[in-house]
Design a protein around this ligand. Structure first.
Ligand SMILES: Nc1ncnc2c1ncn2[C@@H]1O[C@H](COP(=O)(O)OP(=O)(O)OP(=O)(O)O)[C@@H](O)[C@H]1O
Length: 291
């Protein structure tokens, strides 16, 4: 009986090793396929045009430093004004770097957004920028998951979801097995769920770095100067800041705008008031109702 058990034990171990080798083999195959597809896509005109626009965003100049700091640290704070490109670019920097270095098969990035609508629209924008079909469809590496709506498949490598959805995932799998990166966007908004997620992530980072062969990498993205507060909470992790993009601003009175656009109120508009004058003629006076 002892021999039988030991024989089954050996078989089971053999099966586990086989399954792991198969997994490695599949991951390697997937990584090679993703790299090839990425290289082909980079040659297309549409992708190059998109890349040109993306390269003009302030965050683009930080790509190299950001990826290096993320390699050296488990947590990184990325700070930048609205429109600097944090939300759309940072997840793609990580995804592209993993694909280009032949690790695309392992890549599993989750980017949280405080609102459902933002999660969906950013996923759509990122798919567009990558010249991929709609999130969650065949051939797209991007997906989203919000309450009551879900667009992702087994090939999704970059998932945009709400904070609540990620917390739910953690309830089902405390170590978030297989997830390589978590990007928490708009951390400065400070909500109950958002702050709770940071507490959970802090513990999870420690747990993963001790128990697992693959540490969890976390990027916190903030639009304000609060970044040092978050860095302090995560053991003074590095902070990287993107310059804002300043546009010239000129102040006009509303009347000047109407004049410069050549806009005239229709005579039957409720904003047009008619006066009877002594001559009996009707004169139209236009009132711009400013609220
Ligand atoms: N849906 C879209 N359609 C067209 N252009 C877009 C769209 N979403 C983003 N962009 C472009 O990408 C740029 C960067 O947007 P992104 O959301 O990444 O910036 P951000 O720094 O994260 O700003 P915020 O803090 O407001 O989210 C925008 O300035 C805009 O030019």
């Amino acid at each position: 009986m002892k021999e039988l058990i030991s024989c089954w034990g050996k078989k089971a171990i053999g099966l586990i090793i086989c399954a792991r080798e198969r997994l490695d083999y599949n991951t390697q195959n997937e990584s090679s396929r993703l790299r090839l597809e990425h290289e082909n896509k980079m040659r297309t005109k549409k992708y190059q045009e998109m890349l040109k626009n993306r390269a003009a965003l302030p965050i683009a100049s930080l790509r190299g430093d950001m990826l290096r700091l993320l390699k050296e640290n488990n947590v990184l704070v990325v700070c930048g004004d609205t429109g600097s490109g944090k939300t759309t670019q940072v997840p793609q920097f990580i995804l592209d770097e993993m694909i280009e270095s032949g690790c695309g098969g392992l890549c599993n990035i989750v980017c949280t957004q405080p609102r459902r609508i933002a999660a969906i629209s950013v996923a759509e924008r990122v798919s567009d920028e990558r010249c991929e079909p709609a999130p969650g469809s065949n051939g797209s590496l991007v997906g989203y998951h919000v309450r009551l709506d879900n667009a992702r498949n087994e090939n999704t490598k970059l998932l945009f979801c709400t904070t609540g959805i990620l917390l739910r995932k953690i309830v089902g799998d405390e170590t978030l097995t297989g997830i390589t990166h978590i990007i928490v966007d708009e951390v400065h908004e400070r909500s109950l769920l958002g702050d709770f997620l940071l507490v959970v992530l802090k513990n999870l980072i420690e747990k993963r770095s001790v128990e697992s062969s693959s540490p969890l990498k976390v990027v916190l993205m903030s639009a304000t100067v609060d970044s040092n507060l978050f860095s302090g909470y995560f053991g003074n992790c590095p902070v990287i800041t993107a310059e804002g993009r300043m546009h010239p601003v000129t102040t006009y009175f509303l009347e000047d705008i109407y004049e410069s656009t050549g806009y005239h109120l229709a005579s039957d508009s409720p904003a047009a008031v008619r006066y009877e004058v002594s001559s009996g003629k009707k004169v139209l006076e236009t009132c711009f109702l400013l609220y």
